[in-house]
Design a protein around this ligand. Structure first.
Ligand code: GLY
Ligand code: MN
Ligand code: MN
Length: 459
């Protein structure tokens, strides 16, 4: 991730310029965006390092201990795009590997200036002196809040020389969230590749599956495939759930042994070059769905198809969810999982939320650098409804979201026994287009017969 091509560097520089232009329009000021801290796992061992998504979005720079400063009040000829990063250090580089150092990073990543991170407390008072405002992620990091307080104190200490400290602090994140919400061509290209790698991993897990294996053995097939194709990490903890475990929404791959008549739910995907993918597939351990499994599976698949058909520019973010809910609710009535004597129509099931015992999550979320990506789901300018909520926002080309309906049926006296302990989810990642959406994770099948055919081919 440290070697960015020249055109990628232009992409990051253009994003910084967009932020600077927006801040200038808003009256100027200085934006401060630190990357993520390194976190210790246990003695002498850190968690694998992951940069901060906002920082990376504006820099493409993946080293720890770095901060971006954007000075929207800089005079002509003064630097406005400044990086603080680790200095070169021959000894540390022997242990930990290459560091760009400020000069190297400035040239390779096209900043106006770069300084050692150790000198940030000397430089920042100068950058923020006489600036009208600070823009940063207010109140999200005690460390950043303390640093800002220190820099402000240093400026205020010079007030007798006529230097003024910024009088306003503003949250920078809404501006960055709006930018991140609509993906550009550079991002979509990476997300397509991430989606393909994750799809290959799901195919491999389906083909490796045999009754008698442990859940963790299928997880190993997934993780192997992510790395084998160059993805840096899983985008989130892999869910590999056999049988009843599939009804636990955040079940991590565990020690359970796969039984002949189990369905297996895998929700796992890779992160590639800073971008997440997110795929769920559900398939039969034996390679053949039982009639009851197939009945429920086809309802979830029909719900997903309806949600996919409802995903396009100009509709509400909620439209795919409502489309999925309608199909799932009708399916719950048709199968007798929801009692027809109590709820006459799918509208009744929806109005009284009778589906929520079996479908307790929404149909999608934004996806991008973070698996649950940045960006508001509501239009904050819109009118409040009678429950005090703002309207859902409208989908635009380039927005990326998951489409992931499911059904989870636990044992209960009022539910037909043939469906007990069945958990099904089908999840794909979609890029919104003017007329519909592009599914970027469909290199692994969703159709039940195609899944069976794929599994048969490996037996
Ligand atoms: N894998 C996380 C999610 O589906 O939201
Ligand atoms: Mn998801
Ligand atoms: Mn998922």
């Amino acid at each position: 991730m440290n070697s960015q091509t020249e055109s990628a560097i232009d992409v990051y520089r253009a994003r910084r310029e967009r932020v600077l232009a927006a801040l200038k329009l808003a009256g100027g000021g200085v934006a401060i965006v630190p990357t993520a801290p390194e976190v210790m796992r246990n003695r002498d061992t850190d968690y694998p390092y992951r940069h901060d998504s906002y920082f990376y979005y504006l820099t493409g720079f993946a080293e720890p201990e770095a901060t971006l400063v954007l000075d929207a009040s800089a005079e002509e000829g003064e630097p406005s795009s400044i990086l603080f990063c680790r200095e070169k250090n021959a000894e540390r580089e022997t242990w930990e590997g290459f560091r760009f150092g400020p000069e190297g990073a400035r040239d390779a990543f096209s900043f106006d200036a770069a300084f050692a991170i150790d000198s940030i407390d000397e430089h920042m008072p100068r950058f923020i002196a006489d600036s009208p405002a600070l823009h940063y992620a207010l109140g999200t990091s005690a460390e950043l809040d303390a640093k800002v307080r220190g820099w402000l104190s240093a400026v205020r200490a010079q007030s007798r020389s006529g230097i003024e400290a910024p009088s306003k602090a503003q949250n920078l994140l809404p501006l960055l969230d709006e930018m991140r919400l609509v993906k550009d061509a550079h991002e979509i290209a990476i997300m397509r590749r991430a989606g393909s790698i994750s799809a290959v991993a799901h195919r491999r897990a389906m083909q490796a599956c045999r009754p008698g294996l442990h859940e963790y053995e299928l997880e190993a097939e997934l993780l192997y495939t992510f790395r084998r194709h160059g993805a840096q990490a899983p985008a989130y903890g892999s869910i590999v759930a056999t049988g009843a475990n599939a009804c636990v929404l955040h079940y991590p791959a565990g020690n359970a042994i796969i039984q002949e008549h189990d369905l297996i739910l895998i929700d796992a995907a890779c992160e590639l070059d800073g971008y997440a993918s997110d795929i769920t597939r559900t398939f039969p351990a034996s390679g053949r769905f039982t009639p009851a499994q197939r009945e429920l599976y086809d309802i979830v698949l029909a719900a997903q198809s309806a949600a996919v058909d409802a995903t396009r520019a100009g509709v509400s973010f909620d439209a795919p969810h409502q489309a999925a809910l309608r199909v799932l609710s009708q399916g719950l009535l048709d199968t007798g999982i929801v009692d027809k004597n109590k709820f006459a129509t799918a509208d009744d099931v929806i109005a009284q939320r009778a589906y929520s015992r079996f479908y307790m999550h929404r149909t999608g979320h934004w996806i991008g650098m973070d698996v649950h990506d940045a960006g508001d789901y509501r239009d904050h300018e819109g009118p409040l409804d009678d429950q005090g909520a703002r309207p859902w926002r409208t989908l635009k080309p380039g927005m990326a979201l998951t489409i992931e309906p499911g059904l989870y049926v636990r044992p209960a006296d009022d539910v037909p026994e043939r469906f007990w302990n069945t958990g099904i989810r089908i999840e794909d990642d979609a890029i919104v287009t003017a007329t519909g959406c592009e599914l970027i994770t469909r290199e692994v099948p969703v159709d039940a017969s195609e899944i069976e055919a794929l599994m048969r081919a490996s037996r």
